[in-house]
Design a protein around this ligand. Structure first.
Ligand code: BEZ
Length: 216
């Protein structure tokens, strides 16, 4: 995936959106943002994805996280498309801004390109309040994303950030489930960080690296 990736600062582009024009860093300031791209308006998969984002909007809002879409068409086409999006997904409201990129000039700068097609992808960056990319998905245009997974991955990032990356989340983790303690944390430090205790898995290697803590 050439271009900006995990840990990189998203360029502070001036963007035109369905709400107003702004610089990306002004939008990202002081909160986490889910920035997601779409190949084009009035296309079937994109219509379902933007509808799902509208339906999940309250989940992101509850977490203090902003949404920011991008589709490779102009503002008027975006505005004409929104009634279709909301009609197809009952309960969906497209309350979030959608960036216009009719000339596909922004997607390369945000590394939202499908290198096989050399065209727009279904990319998604979760951006931290420091304007840096914390997680990226890159899907081809033929595969719609899973919004439950977007939310689950976001919850993992928020949980790790809350614990200063001293924890990580295991396979298929969901909020309220136990987390694992980072290998960089010694048992002594873990005892201080997790006074409620933690369990070390007994494994054939006898190496005590898999430590589970309940932080809910
Ligand atoms: C779609 O959103 O359905 C779509 C867009 C571009 C290529 C293929 C599918």
């Amino acid at each position: 995936m050439p271009g900006i990736t995990l840990g990189d600062t998203v360029p502070n582009l001036e963007v035109e959106t369905t709400h107003k024009n702004f610089k990306l860093h002004d939008y990202f300031a002081d909160s986490w943002t889910v920035l997601f791209s779409h190949p084009g308006d009035f296309t079937p998969v994109c219509t379902t994805e933007l509808g799902a984002m509208g339906k999940y909007a309250h989940e992101f809002e509850q977490r203090g996280v902003k949404l920011l879409g991008l589709s490779c068409d102009d503002i008027q086409t975006h505005k004409d498309w929104i009634p279709d999006i909301e009609a197809f997904t009952p309960g969906s409201k497209v309350t979030y801004p959608i960036i216009a990129d009719p000339n596909k000039e922004i997607i390369p700068q945000l590394n939202m390109i499908d290198p096989i097609e050399n065209g727009p992808s279904r990319a998604l960056h979760i951006v931290g309040p420091d304007c840096k990319i914390k997680l990226s998905f890159l899907y081809p245009s033929t595969t719609g994303r899973n919004m439950d997974e977007v939310l689950r991955a976001l919850d993992s990032l928020l949980m790790a950030a809350k614990h200063k990356n001293k924890i990580a989340t295991p396979v298929n983790w969901k909020p309220d489930e136990p987390v694992v303690i980072s290998p960089a944390v010694s048992d002594e430090e873990a005892k201080k960080l997790f006074p409620q205790g933690f369990k070390t898995a007994e494994l054939p290697s006898k190496k005590g690296y898999l430590r589970v803590a309940d932080v809910s």
